[in-house]
Design a protein. Structure first.
Length: 144
């Protein structure tokens, strides 16, 4: 069953890479003040989508279950310790995401200047996805 899931995942990753490599080339129109009009979706809707995505992600739950018990003192109340650890975790996540946002904002100044850069980045990404898929497929086949 697990091997089947891995094979299907590898095929899907390859499909995504193939679609990126040979799909229609999208053109982005930059406005005069160098901002990109991507979507007219409201901030509230984007927040709801992000919240649902985060809540449906099992990684934080697994992280909390695997890491937090090591820092809990059984001789003290659990709630206060958990709240302190959860707050620290949230602050670290916010800091990391802020750093991501700043790094991508800086990078976007250079990446959006020419359509050729976007085309090249898309091609590199598509080839990378296809290579990852092929490596995953080969590793699954070799383990059988």
């Amino acid at each position: 069953m697990f091997l089947t899931i891995q094979l299907v995942g590898a095929m899907y990753i390859f499909y995504l890479g193939f679609k990126m490599a040979f799909g229609k080339r999208k053109s982005f129109v930059l406005e005069s003040d160098n901002t990109l009009e991507v979507s007219t979706t409201s901030a509230g809707r984007l927040f709801k989508e992000g919240l649902l995505t985060s809540l449906s992600n099992p990684k934080p739950v697994l992280f909390f279950m695997a890491v937090f018990p090591q820092f809990i003192n059984t001789e003290q109340t659990y709630l206060s310790q958990f709240l302190i650890l959860a707050l620290a975790f949230c602050l670290l996540v916010l800091l990391i995401h802020f750093c991501y946002a700043e790094a991508f904002a800086l990078a976007s100044r250079y990446l959006w200047k020419a359509q050729d850069n976007l085309y090249l980045i898309t091609k590199i990404g598509s080839v990378t996805l296809m290579l990852i898929a092929i490596l995953l497929f080969v590793s699954v086949v070799l383990t059988v």
